[in-house]
Design a protein around this ligand. Structure first.
Ligand code: UDP
Length: 364
């Protein structure tokens, strides 16, 4: 019998692990002798950034919660490593599955590999080349010790080949975040609350911002929001505010009648808003994948991306972090002249099944 430990720690992880867990559960129901343990590192611990996703995405209660939230990058990495090493010594699996690019991904892959346990990285191989982002460091370190790379794009495959990774370790399977999106689309629902009551589909914008480059300096955050307000012609803008962004935004006290701030939304509510939006303005990575598949115009407030396929084949455009560059992009969205989603290979809702089939075969 094979035993797999699945790690999740922060918001963008939960959408990526849900379909993998469901695929394992399906195998178990079909009589395959396989076991998994779900470990929550506790990196994101509040209800809005974690608990709600377990309910909405049918993720079972974790078998262990490491309580590794809070503190600096190093404190968090260290706390998760110490707790995860203990977890692995008590419940040694055949393989640890990490997803994405958060601190937990890095910490848990190192702890596993040092105990000579194999590591699979779901969403391996993507690169922005921007070492000022902690996520890029997490990707590079994780991929340097990964045994099985489950990749989302040909670009990721090429990056891995260039780094000398041998072909048999690269499994081009698609995107588990899109599995979740396709699975949950029939359940999307309008968020509750007064600000959402009169929203007209196709006639509002959604924005999210949480990258340090955009939100840590109050004045640049203000300049960007001013540029967004100017370019969106008075249409309602819904802005679920990430905890990282909340304090500076509050200090700025920006108010505009059409700018509607709210707490982070549940997955079903957030993607209801995105699906029906005129456009999305974001610095998130995952959101650019979801907007692409839902064919919703998306502008990314970053100078680079590790998901170039969302630009080449999706609906994403890279605007950068200079507010002055935003105007022509918003004009295009306002005029309805945006590019259409072309389809991205293997983003078909069946990725998790492919991953689990490969793992069960490999660790039989
Ligand atoms: N998301 C959500 N509620 C929100 C904002 C985002 O459920 O209020 C979801 C979104 O649909 C996507 C994921 O969170 O699935 C993206 O997470 P985030 O932007 O935190 O991380 P990134 O993708 O930038 O790493």
């Amino acid at each position: 019998m094979s035993i797999f430990t699945i790690v999740a720690g922060a918001r963008p992880n939960f959408m990526k692990i849900a379909p993998i867990i469901h695929a394992f559960q399906n195998q178990q129901k079909a009589g395959v002798d396989v076991q998994f343990r779900l470990v929550h590192t506790g990196q994101h611990y509040d209800k809005k950034m974690s608990g709600d996703f377990f309910d909405q995405l049918n993720i079972p209660e974790p078998n262990a919660n490491l309580g590794g939230g809070g503190g600096t990058q190093a404190e968090q990495t260290a706390a998760i490593m110490v707790a995860f090493e203990k977890e692995l010594m008590e419940h040694r699996p055949d393989l640890v599955i990490v997803v994405g690019d958060v601190t937990s991904t890095l910490a848990c892959s190192i702890a596993a590999k040092k105990l000579q346990i194999d590591v699979a990285h779901v969403e391996g191989g993507i690169r922005s080349g921007d070492l000022s982002m902690p996520e890029e460091i997490n990707r590079m370190v994780t991929d340097s010790i990964t045994d099985h790379f489950f990749t989302t794009s040909e670009i990721a495959n090429a990056n891995l080949r260039k780094a000398g990774v041998s072909e048999e370790k690269i499994h081009f399977v698609g995107n588990t975040m899109i599995d979740t999106l396709m699975d949950q689309m029939p359940n999307f629902r309008k968020p509750e609350g007064e600000i959402f009551e009169n929203l007209t589909p196709g006639n509002y914008f959604v924005m999210t911002m949480h990258r340090p480059a955009n939100v840590d300096q109050e004045q640049s955050l203000k300049a960007m929001i001013d540029a967004i307000l100017e370019g969106t012609g008075g249409l309602p803008i819904f802005f679920p505010v990430h905890p990282r962004t909340a304090k500076n935004l509050q200090n700025l006290g920006i108010q505009a009648p059409n700018l509607h701030l709210c707490e982070p939304l549940g997955y079903l509510e957030f993607n209801y808003l995105v699906k029906n939006a005129k456009g999305v303005i974001t610095d998130s990575g995952g959101v650019t994948e979801e907007t692409s598949v839902m064919n919703v115009p998306c502008v990314t407030l970053r100078n680079n991306t590790e998901r170039a396929e969302t630009i080449h084949m999706g609906t994403n455009e890279l605007v950068g972090t200079d507010p002055k560059k935003l105007k022509p992009y918003l004009e295009k969205i306002m005029k309805g002249e945006w590019k259409q989603y072309q389809g991205i290979p293997l983003w078909d809702g069946k990725t998790a099944q492919r991953i689990v089939d490969i793992l069960i075969k490999t660790y039989d």
